[in-house]
Write a protein that binds this ligand. Structure first.
Ligand code: MLT
Length: 268
């Protein structure tokens, strides 16, 4: 499905009925990275997956862009779909956007799932790395970005033994426009430190991380789970950064069990 909002066309999928769960994808992928979760959970819940601005079938509006704008896009889509509150799931960059969303719209959040993400801002070296990657994207295109990102997203064992998974990730990355990729590299470099926000998160929160994640390692996940009041932490074995893609069944089980338990917990 597509809708015009905030001056561009945003693509999303909306399947199932019941409690809405909104999934925000990682950099530089698209909403199809959530296909396994969508298939498994849409018989029980309303599953919404979004191509964030710049990715997949959404437009890449020209010019400077920020993670606050991406959060605003999510809020506008919730309004468009007449959803007052949702469970929000974000993996990596999706998690950074959830922090931006929570800062402004905590009342729209029923619960958070922060997967393979981190609360810290980029270091100086991290920002420099983003600039270098943006140059590679301009000069060599999205397939060079796939070459750089695949070893960061997937575990060595998956890369060695599961060529179909590697190919799916490559196809997602290569399908994105360079302008979307570079805009988000700059947006991620500019994002603020969200550590001070953690103790103020009052909704039920599930933190998930792949045990082999080197991009946002288990130590980052433990820090979030320690600081966010009553947060849960799940560490998924044999998964790296793209834990939902490498271990889809376990990832889905964790999300399902968290959401089913929400009825007994207090909301935001
Ligand atoms: C992602 O998976 O979204 C990226 O690895 C996030 C990042 O580069 O910080």
């Amino acid at each position: 499905m597509k809708t015009q909002l905030n001056g561009f066309t945003l693509a999303y999928s909306d399947k199932g009925a019941g409690l809405p769960i909104v999934f925000l994808h990682a950099f530089p992928l698209n909403r199809t990275m959530w296909r396994a979760q969508e298939e498994a959970l849409s018989s029980q819940f309303r599953i919404i997956t979004i191509d964030l601005r710049g990715y997949g079938e959404s437009d890449a509006p020209p010019g400077h862009h920020t993670l606050d704008q991406a959060a605003e896009d999510v809020r506008t889509l919730l309004d468009h779909l007449a959803i007052q509150q949702a469970v929000l799931v974000g993996l990596s960059m999706g998690g950074y956007i959830l922090f931006a969303f929570y800062r402004k719209y905590a009342n729209r959040v029923k619960a958070l799932v922060l997967a393979d993400t981190r609360a810290q801002a980029d270091t100086v070296e991290g920002k420099e790395g983003r600039l270098q990657m943006a140059q590679v994207a301009y000069q060599k295109g999205s397939s060079a970005i796939a070459d750089i990102m695949i070893p960061k997203l997937l575990s060595p064992a998956t890369i060695r033994t599961k060529p179909e998974i590697v190919q799916m990730v490559r196809t997602m990355i290569e399908g994105n426009r360079v302008s979307g990729i570079t805009a988000d590299l700059m947006a991620m470099a500019e994002r603020p430190d969200s550590i001070p926000l953690l103790t103020q998160i009052t909704c039920p929160t599930q933190v998930i991380v792949g045990e082999l994640d080197q991009a946002t390692p288990p130590s980052d996940a433990k820090l979030m789970a320690e600081q966010i009041p009553r947060a849960r932490l799940a560490i998924i074995p044999n998964a790296a950064h793209l834990a939902n893609f490498e271990q889809p069944d376990m990832f889905t089980r964790i999300v399902r069990s968290f959401v089913l338990d929400l009825a007994e917990e207090r909301n935001c």
